[in-house]
Design a protein around this ligand. Sequence first.
Ligand SMILES: [Zn+2]
Length: 245
Amino acid sequence: MAFKLAVFLMLGSILASWGTYIYDNYRFLTTTSYKKILTARSKCDHCEKQLKLINLIPFFSYIFQRGKSSCCNKPISRKYFYIESLGILVGVIMAFFDQISVGLLTSLLIFLIFLDERYKEIPITLNLLIIILVTISIPNISLNNYVTPLIVMAFLLLIYFGFLLIKKKEGMGLGDIILIFSISLFIGFPNILYLITIASSLLLLKIIFTQKYKEQHAFGSWLAGVFLTFILFQEFYVFEGSVTI
Ligand SMILES: [Zn+2]
């Protein structure tokens, strides 16, 4: 158990570092070649030197160098510490439920929330990974499971293109529609309708509270947030149930 926990903690921590790197350099990464992405390494925020392998995980830098960078001895942003802690928390959750796919799904959803809020888009790669993880997470999945999600997605695409035709602009992102496909695959019908309603209401509340009526708002982040809550709630429920039986 201790060994497994250590592996999951490492995994959560590495995922968090990786996610932070993509989050910070998203615009650069989406406009550059794949070769550059694969060879790119994180740089120090102060002196721009490439980080050593050991320093790629900021949590270790925090412990071993007391929050200072090894290249120029300047303080490392606290942001990394918090993100790292979040990654470790996800690692604990993964170990607790003993389900890597659900743990990875949780991590990707957290990542999606941050990315969509900042850049107002969901990369297709992220959406595809979520579809794969949802598929893996469902026990005894069959083709029947895909019927409802496909109907929901067809319906939303109809609205999407109708809106595009009449208003000449996107009412909802295509990325959001693909995300809704994955979510309905996981939670089914009519749960997907409740989830969309809750996410829309929360977004509406946010718009009213911030009074930013004219700006573009991310919807996918709210869908992902409500979905995440649903998964954690369900996992705890199932876990409790398996204990009492
Ligand atoms: Zn430095």
